[in-house]
Design a protein around this ligand. Structure first.
Ligand code: FAE
Length: 526
C-alpha cells in the first residue's frame, strides 16, 4: 500500500524529520503533516495519519479541557456559568436569552478562553466549541445518521453504498454511539419532558423516533441512581460535561495521541497559510495566553496540510488566502454553499396537566421525524429546558430543509457571511407550519418569553450546525482534496453543502474517514 510520504521522501529540503533537533535553529518548525483544529474532521485526520506512521502536528486555538478548576471540576454548569463557559466574553451569551422575559439566564464573567464561542455575523450567530475536541465538548451528543436518500441528494458523487456499509458504521463505532433503553426512557422522571412532547406529536399524527447519542446511558442511569457524580442530570451540556460524554478527547484524539505520532499544540491559532517555492505548506500562527493576547507568533512547515477548523475556521483560512493572493488558484466556489442546517429553536406552552418535570436530562433522545413530508420536510428534536422547576415548556430544535445558501468572504480584515434575515424566514415558515399543526391538535400556544425581547417565538438568528464553505465536489474533489493545490485537504463540516437534515457530526466524521482511507492509499509524491 502506498502511503502518504513523509516530507523527507518527497525531497522537500525544508521538511526534515531531524529539523527540530538541528543545531542551527530553523525559521520554520517542520512536520510531515499538520492538522488545523481538533474537532471531528481534525481528530479523524490525526488518528488515521498517525496510525499510518506519519508524524503529525495538531494545532488547536482552544485549550485542553483536562485540568480541574478551584471547584474541582473541569467544566462549569449551565446554571452557574463562570469564565470557563465562553470564549473571551464579559457576559455569557446562551441560546435561550430569557425566561418569563427576565434576563435570568446570562451572567457576567471574566474573559477567558472558555469552551463555547458565539461567532456573530450580521444576521446569524454561529455557536462553536473551542478546545481539544472542538464541538464535541459542547454539543448535545445526538449522533444521527442522515436519511440515505437525502444524503445521496446532497452528495450525488459519493458512493452511498460504501458510506452506509463502511464509513457510517466505522464512525459510529469510533464515536461510541449508544441508545437509551426504551424501558428506562418510559419510566424515568428525567425524560418526562420528552414523553410530554411525544404525546403532543402523537396527537398530531406525527412520527417520533429515538435519537442515538454519544452520551453513555449506562453512566446516566448511575447518575439517576445517585451512585456517580451528575453531569447530564446535573445541568451540564453547552459549557462542557464533566462526566458521561464520549467527546473526541476520549475517543479519536485519545487514540491518536496513543500512537505516539501526534503532537498537539493548544492555544495556538493558525492565522494564514501559503505555499513555499519548494511546494511545502507554510502556516503562520499566533499563540494566545489566557487574556487572549498573542504572546508569540510562529511559522510551521509541512508537506501535507489537513484543514479541520470547522465550517468557519477552515473557510476563513481559505478565503483569506485567496483574497490576499497567497493561494490564488483556489476555486471560485471556496466560501460558497454555506447554510445553518435550517436550524430554528422554539418553545411551546403545555397545559398545566401536561407537566415536563423539574428533573430534566440535558441530553435529547427523541425527535419528530416529518422529513418525508414533501410539502414541509422538518426533523425536530425535543430539547430539554432544565431549570430545576416545573416550567411546562416543550423546547425544540427544528432542522428544516431550507435550500437557501450564503457565502463566506474575507473583507476588511474579518470574515463576513452573506446570510440574510429573509433566508432565515424560510426556515421559520417551515418550523411554523409544523408547530402550528401541533398547537392546533393540542390546543396549545407558543412560548413568547424565551428568546429575548421583544417577544420572539422562533429563534432564527443563531445556529449550532454551520455547514459548507468548501463544499465536497465543488471547492474540493470528491475526497476533500482542495482544487488548485496538491496535498491540501479539507476534512470537516465545510464539506457539507449547507444542510444534511439531521445533526451533522456523524456525517462529518464518516466523510472524514472516507477521505483519509482514500488519501492514505493514493496520495504519493507529486
Ligand atoms: P469543530 O468541531 O467545530 O472543530 C473545529 C476546531 O478547530 C475547534 O476546536 C476550533 O477551536 C479549531 N479551530 C478553528 N479555527 C482554527 C484556527 N485557525 N487555528 C487553530 N484551531 C482552529 O469542527 N452536532 C451533532 O451532530 N449533534 C448534536 O447534538 C450537536 N449539538 C450541538 C450543540 C452545540 C451547542 C453546538 C455548538 C454544536 C452542536 N452540534 C451538534 C454541531 C457539531 O458539534 C458540529 O457540527 C461539529 O463539531 C463540527 O465539526 P468540525 O470538525 O467541522
Amino acid at each position: 500500500m502506498a502511503a502518504l510520504q513523509t516530507a523527507a521522501t518527497l525531497g522537500l529540503t525544508r521538511i526534515s524529520l531531524a529539523s527540530a533537533h538541528a543545531e542551527e535553529p530553523e525559521p520554520v518548525d517542520n512536520s510531515p503533516a499538520i492538522v488545523v483544529g481538533s474537532g471531528y474532521g481534525g481528530a479523524v485526520a490525526a488518528l488515521r495519519l498517525a496510525q499510518a506512521g506519519i508524524r503529525t502536528l495538531v494545532l488547536e486555538m482552544g485549550r485542553a479541557w483536562n485540568t480541574a478548576g478551584p471547584d474541582g471540576k473541569v467544566f462549569c454548569t449551565t446554571a452557574s456559568p463562570d469564565k470557563r463557559s465562553m470564549w473571551f466574553r464579559a457576559r455569557t451569551e446562551a441560546p435561550l436569552a430569557s425566561f418569563l422575559w427576565l434576563d435570568v439566564v446570562n451572567r457576567d464573567i471574566t474573559p477567558y478562553p472558555g469552551v463555547l464561542d458565539r461567532v456573530r455575523f450580521a444576521n446569524m450567530s454561529v455557536y462553536v466549541g473551542r478546545g481539544v475536541g472542538g464541538g464535541s465538548l459542547v454539543n448535545g451528543s445526538m449522533a444521527v445518521t442522515p436519511l440515505r436518500s437525502y444524503f445521496a441528494e446532497q452528495f450525488p458523487t459519493v458512493d452511498a453504498t460504501e458510506m452506509y456499509g463502511t464509513y457510517f458504521p466505522r464512525a459510529r463505532a469510533m464515536l461510541g454511539v449508544n441508545s437509551i433503553d426504551p424501558a428506562w426512557f418510559e419510566s424515568t422522571d428525567w425524560y418526562r419532558f420528552t414523553r410530554t412532547a411525544r404525546k403532543a406529536a402523537q396527537r398530531t399524527g406525527l412520527r417520533t423516533t429515538f435519537v442515538p447519542s454519544v452520551y453513555d446511558f449506562a453512566y446516566m442511569r448511575k447518575e439517576a441512581a445517585g451512585t456517580v457524580p451528575r453531569s447530564a442530570l446535573g445541568q451540564e451540556v453547552i459549557y462542557g460535561n464533566n462526566h458521561g460524554k464520549r467527546s473526541l478527547d476520549k475517543t479519536y484524539l485519545a487514540a491518536a495521541l496513543g500512537t505516539g505520532n501526534v503532537t498537539l499544540h493548544t492555544m495556538e491559532k493558525v492565522t494564514a497559510i501559503s505555499r513555499a517555492s519548494d511546494g511545502s505548506w507554510v502556516l503562520e500562527t499566533g499563540r494566545l495566553d489566557d487574556t487572549g493576547t498573542v504572546v508569540e507568533t510562529k511559522q510551521y512547515g509541512c508537506a501535507y496540510l489537513f484543514l479541520g477548523g470547522g465550517s468557519l475556521g477552515t473557510t476563513e483560512l481559505l478565503v483569506r488566502a485567496r483574497q490576499s493572493g497567497t493561494l490564488p488558484a483556489l476555486d471560485a466556489s471556496v466560501g460558497a454553499g454555506w447554510g445553518p442546517n435550517g436550524n430554528v429553536m422554539l418553545g411551546r406552552a403545555n397545559h398545566l396537566w401536561d407537566t415536563t418535570g423539574a428533573d430534566q436530562s440535558t441530553m435529547p433522545v427523541m425527535g419528530i421525524d416529518d422529513w418525508a413530508n414533501p410539502d414541509n420536510p422538518v426533523f425536530a428534536e425535543m430539547a430539554p429546558l432544565p431549570t430545576g422547576l416545573e416550567n411546562w415548556v416543550s423546547l425544540y430544535l427544528a432542522i428544516t430543509k431550507n435550500p437557501e445558501r450564503a457565502t463566506l468572504s474575507y473583507d476588511n480584515g474579518s470574515l463576513s457571511l452573506s446570510w440574510s434575515a429573509a433566508q432565515s424566514a424560510v426556515s421559520v415558515a417551515m418550523a411554523k407550519k409544523l408547530f402550528d399543526r401541533i398547537n392546533a391538535a393540542n390546543s396549545t400556544i407558543y412560548r413568547y418569553d424565551l428568546f429575548g425581547t421583544p417577544s420572539k417565538v422562533f429563534a432564527d438568528d443563531f445556529c449550532y450546525h454551520p455547514l459548507g464553505g468548501c463544499v465536497l465536489g465543488k471547492a474540493t474533489d470528491d475526497y476533500g482534496r482542495v482544487k488548485g493545490y496538491s496535498r491540501l485537504y479539507v476534512t470537516d463540516s465545510s464539506l457539507v453543502p449547507g444542510n444534511i437534515g439531521v445533526n451533522p457530526f456523524v456525517t462529518i466524521t464518516a466523510l472524514a474517514e472516507r477521505t483519509m482511507a482514500r488519501v492514505l492509499v493514493e496520495d504519493t509524491a507529486p
